[in-house]
Design a protein around this ligand. Structure first.
Ligand code: ASP
Ligand code: MG
Length: 415
């Protein structure tokens, strides 16, 4: 018998048939002897609909009222699911985040959970009931409803799992788990049986949207294993856990990518100390986030300075950079709003050399020009033209044989 937290996403509770199906899955877990706490998202599309309503009314909705509004979707799905369970003779009760005692800070629309009270959950479980909790919401010190940022129900689930010391936090969604890369782009992508917290954080931050990033951070902090699995098909899904618990150790685990990038480069700026801070200062004053940065000095004692920003911020960045270019005496300003970032992620990189070589050779063999490179301990990112993305992912995926199950010699090499 185990204590489980199960989270069902928007598409899993998207209509009444699906809610019935989810009720069936919960009953199955109960019949296996488990205690179950369930966290639900709003029905598919509902949060978007509510956000649109607010924005149709006013450009700047009051944050308190905005959270009041967008937190309602979860209240609908949680009560419907409780009704469905009760109708199947499975006792269940639903609770909003504030009712349950999910305390957050006061940052409306992206609040952080400070504390999760467990007394109501304990009481309900002691009565043999399934506890259903609205995801994505809590209350601040003034008693106002707050929300946790898009995708925040994952974080609710992990926070509850950590507070009640659940055995596992199961995130039920519409995909089978975490793949080596997006199977929509590359059908050969393989489902990963396990992935480390660190790798998952990289994958999540790079646009693999299965889990909210904060939920992975929280799970890692509290050593709470997360299992991502499908509501609609059987299978073990992907277990997100600590590195030392991973059986299938491999050099690299996956390729994440994002198309939402743009590149800006200033070249031929006369060199002077502090110039980098001056350029970045202007960009950050405009609240534009910078992702990758590269700088090099030329033989003429000028510098070339290149960076990437989110594509939606590109027009704003471009304006600033054009002014800056004139001010600093740059020879040229070059930009491209149609680039993509591809990142190879794997904890095996820490202990193995040659990963970058294999990656760059694969891209070279596929005749794909690399525009920028950055690396970290467990990740190598390159910027390529967006039109080359699919081909690049394919080439790198093949070079590391990510479509094939684990190669035993690697495991020996790492250990
Ligand atoms: N319903 C919220 C959203 O759509 C929270 C969630 O689904 O996790 O972002
Ligand atoms: Mg989600």
């Amino acid at each position: 018998m185990a204590l489980l937290v199960q989270k069902y996403g928007g598409s899993s509770v998207g209509n009444l048939d699906r809610i019935h199906h989810v009720a069936g899955k919960i009953i199955q877990a109960k019949q296996q002897g488990h205690d179950v706490v369930v966290v639900v998202s709003a029905m598919y599309g509902e949060t978007d609909r509510l956000i649109q309503l607010a924005h149709a009314l006013t450009h700047q909705p009051d944050p308190r009222e905005f959270d009041m509004l967008i937190s309602t979707g979860e209240q609908v799905s949680m009560s419907l699911l409780a009704m469905a369970l009760n109708a199947k003779q499975c006792p269940a009760r639903s609770f909003t985040g504030p009712q349950l005692g999910i305390h957050t800070d006061s940052t409306h629309t992206k609040a952080r959970i400070l504390e999760v009270k467990t007394d109501i959950i304990q009481r309900e479980l002691n009565h043999g009931r399934v506890v259903i909790v609205a995801g994505f919401q809590g209350r601040n010190e003034h008693g106002d409803i707050t929300t946790l940022g898009r995708g925040g129900s994952d974080t609710t689930a992990v926070a509850i799992a950590a507070a009640i010391k659940a055995h596992e936090c199961q995130i039920y969604t519409d995909v089978d788990g975490v793949y080596t890369t997006d199977p929509h782009l590359l059908p050969k992508a393989r489902l990963l049986p396990q992935i480390s917290f660190e790798e998952m954080l990289e994958m999540a931050s790079l646009g693999a949207k299965v889990l909210q990033m904060r939920s992975v951070e929280l799970a890692s902090k509290h050593s709470m294993p997360i299992r991502v699995l499908s509501t609609f098909s059987e299978g073990q899904g992907t277990l997100v856990t600590f590195e030392d618990k991973i059986m299938d150790k491999r050099l690299v685990s996956g390729i994440a990518f994002s198309r939402e990038e743009a590149i800006v480069s200033l070249s031929g700026i006369p060199r002077q100390i502090g110039i980098e801070g001056c350029i970045l200062g202007k960009i950050s004053q405009a609240h534009i986030e910078i992702d990758m940065i590269a700088q090099n000095t030329t033989a003429q004692n000028t510098i070339d300075f290149t960076f990437t920003v989110q594509r939606r911020e590109y027009p704003k960045a471009l304006k600033i950079v054009e002014e800056l270019g004139k001010e600093l005496g740059a020879i040229s300003v070059k930009t491209n709003a149609k680039i993509a970032k591809l990142s190879l992620v794997g904890i095996g990189m820490r202990s193995h050399t040659g990963v970058a070589t294999t990656m760059f050779q694969a891209l070279g063999d596929a005749k794909i020009p690399i525009q920028m490179i950055t690396t970290s301990e467990i990740k190598i990112s390159v910027v390529v033209d967006e039109t080359h993305l699919e081909q690049a992912v394919k080439a790198v995926h093949e070079a590391f044989e990510l479509d094939k199950a684990h190669k035993p010699q690697l495991q020996i090499a790492i250990e």
